[in-house]
Design a protein around this ligand. Structure first.
Ligand SMILES: *Cc1c(COP(=O)(O)O)cnc(C)c1O
Length: 390
């Protein structure tokens, strides 16, 4: 352990610095070790690597980096965010029960309701902003409480410490999807969470280039169990993508800060626009859960959602917007506009969607690094087009 208390922005650059790893050459960047297997020089004593599913030097540099950034003991890199999330659920056994946020990421919803249930692992969806509802939904066999805060796409805020306290009283683990905040803004392990999960496809890599997932555990025992699952299930991140993710993570501090600043301005602009029925952004002082968010996080992130009156106005807006790409995903250098009803939440039945506020007029914007004046001007002309059909 280092005696220096570097700030996160410094750690993003120097954590698990390659100079410790590449002492022979001094290479500043982690080399891409494209080797599936490793020669063992001794008959009796094997080296630190044997086979790249079990461990690869490039992936290990990434895994150490995310563990250090999240303040955990063990980091693990997976082929996607969903691979990290589903591998974490494999810590459970038949007969166990999971409590999960009702507005969880669509893919997580699909895994819980259509895969995990076939292995006799039961679940209850709860409104994680309602501590009474959580408390009364905990069962004797509840083993995991699964949080996502801020949640997707309505940016609901869960009180992490309060949920952790309740979980500990009932001997259950807590998992938290930290994709929207990244370690720059939120440190769930410090608040007592057991496993932090990331879709590193989003802000951490930041360039719409790779699909990747990360998990970090708070303690060594859980880390060993999850590493065992990573090796057994085998959904590992490849060496080339591990390299790209390490590169992306170096700049997440500056990228996210800039995008969050723009997101705050855009959220305020949208809030004042007469055609917009609702804006969801934790940085708005009147956003539900704003105070809890401020208590547990250092920033508001770069994702916001807003509600137009109906599907027709949302369609007109999308057809006229010029700068953001219209696509699934988020967290990239380019702004990304998506339509949750048919994109991120397509896996969710219509009535479940609407219960969660994901109506036909809802759009989600992930703010990128374009100049905010250009983005606002673009939004303004697209809203004018939407007004004409409203
Ligand atoms: C994208 C996303 C996931 C899934 O990650 P993949 O890398 O697409 O598998 C999980 N959680 C959240 C919050 C996401 O945005």
């Amino acid at each position: 352990m280092s005696v220096y208390k570097d700030k996160l922005e410094t750690k993003l650059i120097h954590a698990s610095s390659n100079l410790k790893i590449e002492q022979k050459t001094g290479a500043v960047n982690v080399p891409i070790y494209l080797s599936s297997t490793f020669h063992q020089a001794s008959f009796d004593h094997f080296g630190p690597f044997d086979y790249s599913r079990s461990g690869n030097p490039t992936r290990e540099a990434l895994e150490q980096k995310i563990a250090e950034l999240e303040g955990g003991v063990r980091g693990l890199a997976f082929a996607s965010g969903m691979a990290a999330i589903s591998s974490a659920f494999m810590l459970l056994s038949a007969g166990d029960h999971v409590l999960i946020s009702e507005d969880v990421y669509g893919g997580t919803y699909r895994f819980i309701t259509e895969v995990l249930n076939r292995f006799m692992i039961d679940h209850t969806f709860v409104n994680m902003t309602d501590l009474n509802e959580i408390s009364s939904a905990i069962q004797p066999n509840t083993k995991v409480i699964y949080m996502e805060t801020p949640s997707n796409p309505c940016l609901n805020i869960t009180d992490i410490e309060a949920v952790v306290k309740m979980a500990k009283e009932h001997n259950c683990l807590t998992f938290l999807d930290n994709t929207f905040m990244t370690p720059l803004y939120q440190h769930p392990l410090e608040l007592g969470v057991d496993v932090v999960l990331h879709s590193a496809t989003k802000f951490l890599s930041g360039h719409s280039d790779i699909i990747a997932g990360l998990a970090v555990t708070k303690n060594e025992e859980l880390g060993k169990k999850l590493a065992f699952i990573q090796n057994s299930f085998g959904a590992i991140l490849g060496a080339q993508d591990s390299y790209l993710l390490i590169q992306g993570m170096k700049t997440v501090g500056t990228r996210l800060k800039q995008s969050a600043e723009s997101a705050q301005l855009i959220a305020t602009y949208l809030h004042n626009h007469p055609l917009i029925e609702e804006v969801y952004y934790p940085g708005l002082s009147f956003h539900p859960g704003h105070d809890i968010h401020v208590k547990q996080s250092k920033g508001f992130g770069a994702v916001l959602s807003f509600r137009l009156p109906n599907k027709e106005t949302a369609k007109a807006f999308v057809e006229h917007i010029r700068l953001p790409v219209f696509a699934v995903s988020l967290g990239a250098v380019e702004s990304i506009l998506s339509y949750p009803a048919t994109m991120s939440h397509a896996a969710m039945p219509k009535e479940e969607r609407e219960k969660r506020g994901i109506s036909d007029g809802l759009l989600r914007l992930s703010v990128g690094l374009e100049h905010v004046d250009d983005l606002i001007a673009d939004i303004e002309q697209a809203l004018q087009a939407a007004s004409r059909v409203s």
